[in-house]
Design a protein around this ligand. Structure first.
Ligand code: DGY
Length: 431
């Protein structure tokens, strides 16, 4: 299995960056790159560093990092650079075509993880020195442009920015919209069973939000005013807070940089306070998303609800409540940890992308989060479940949480030979 994981990563490497999955995702994706680099760090440090340096090379002048970097044209994916038109933004990157949206900010904790895994600390510290200010600038971009109420909680303006693309979380927002019917040719459904992908009508919503952002040349203030989708996402904000912590640790290691360390600490203090007062739902005993456009919490539990464990956000009491919710809704002998959406909800769909299947990156986040809070057994369980699933069916994109679905010839769902499943397997087995 270990050799197979390495073979997948090497096959998906494109001389400077990795594709998440051949054909289905033929470009460089932001959060994929972070997780992939962590896998590379276990056996090929040059690739780990290059993956991140290429991503940062696509950063915009204002610090923004796009969610897809279109390194070369490919007709196996829609929507491509000609739809996204990031060049409409005056500060967009001139070297690479990209999207005008971002993805969970994993880069900060990724560079720290690379350093931790490294056996040559001196060389890795040089890598940190080359990259850290760019990541800091990215965080500055978020707090200066994505937090219109100055709460320390940044918004996402598109479901693709969340990473949890078609989660039931977004259904109530889409109900407020009535996008035109687009004529376009989906490519994803020619690589993957349409039952496992978002619907055509859902894509109309996705494209419409992009068209609105484009009509404002991707101006953040105008997006905050006009986008029908505007959400404070606990997963996204937890990744930012975790990455702030990582940058503090790395700047302390480098020495100097006191004012940046102070800034990062003050962002985190404010973010964590707002996070716990605004995003924690006492009835559900879980963190929930907040719909800023329609001024209402989205009272649904998903794998994102537990991700604050990874960033040290919950108090001990909140952590205990989260575990209670996780075990009562997502656990039990017949289920692998952890479904991406509440299995007790009528919206749960065990095969459809982010509406229920298990994702290895969320499991990985929760494994470390549970360990940090002292839930060693549960951490082990989530790790062993991940490894068992991958051992049974291979390195797919996402997986059924129901143990009864696993037969001798079962497969996973979505793309095969999926980079971050392979990469994070390498990290999990090394722990
Ligand atoms: C897709 O095309 O499904 C991607 O997840 C968008 O980021």
């Amino acid at each position: 299995m270990k050799n197979k994981a390495i073979a997948i990563l090497d096959a998906n490497w494109r001389n400077g960056y990795s594709v998440p999955s051949k054909n289905l995702y033929p470009y460089q994706w932001l959060w994929d790159s972070g997780f992939i680099a962590i896998g590379f760090a276990h056996y090929d440090m040059d690739k780990a560093e290059k993956e991140i340096e290429t991503l940062l090379d696509a950063q915009w002048e204002n610090g923004f990092i796009p969610h897809i970097v279109f390194h070369q044209l490919s007709d196996s994916y829609f929507p491509g650079p000609n739809f996204h038109r990031a060049d409409l933004h005056p500060l967009s990157n001139k070297k690479y075509p990209s999207t005008g949206m971002t993805q969970p900010p994993v880069t900060g904790f990724t560079i720290e993880k690379i350093y931790q895994i490294s056996k040559d600390k001196k060389a890795s510290l040089n890598f940190i020195k080359r990259t850290i200010d760019k990541v800091f600038k990215n965080h500055e971009y978020f707090y200066n442009n994505r937090d219109p109420r100055n709460e320390g909680l940044v918004y996402i303006y598109h479901n693709w920015e969340s990473g949890t693309d078609n989660s039931p979380l977004w259904d109530s927002i889409f109900e407020t919209m009535n996008p035109p019917v687009y004529t376009f040719e989906r490519r994803d459904t020619s690589h993957v069973n349409p039952e496992e992908r978002p619907t055509q009508r859902e894509y109309d919503h996705y494209l419409h939000i992009i068209d609105i952002a484009k009509s404002h040349n991707y101006d953040d203030a105008k997006i905050a005013e006009h986008s029908p989708f505007l959400v404070q996402d606990p997963l996204f904000n937890a990744m930012l807070i975790k990455s702030n912590h990582a940058l503090i640790n790395m700047y302390e290691l480098i020495g100097g940089n006191e004012s940046k360390i102070e800034q990062l600490k003050s962002w985190n203090a404010k973010s964590i306070a707002s996070f716990n007062s605004k995003l924690y739902n006492k009835e559900l005993k879980a963190y929930v998303h907040y719909d800023l456009r329609n001024e209402r919490p989205i009272k649904l539990v998903s794998s994102s609800s537990f991700s604050p464990l990874y960033a040290g956000i919950p108090t001990k009491e909140q952590a205990a409540e989260l575990i209670e919710t996780m075990q009562s809704k997502f656990g039990g002998d017949s289920m692998y940890l952890l479904a991406s959406f509440d299995p007790t909800s009528e919206k749960f769909n065990p095969k459809k992308y982010w509406r229920g299947p298990v994702w290895i990156n969320l499991n990985w986040i929760l494994y470390y989060g549970l360990q940090d809070y002292g839930y060693k057994d549960l951490a082990q369980q989530i790790k062993f479940d991940s490894i068992e699933i991958l051992d049974k069916v291979g390195f797919y994109e996402y997986f059924d949480a129901r143990k009864s679905e696993y037969k001798a010839d079962s497969k996973g769902y979505g793309g095969s030979d999926f980079s971050w499943s392979a990469a994070l397997y390498l990290d999990l087995i090394n722990n």
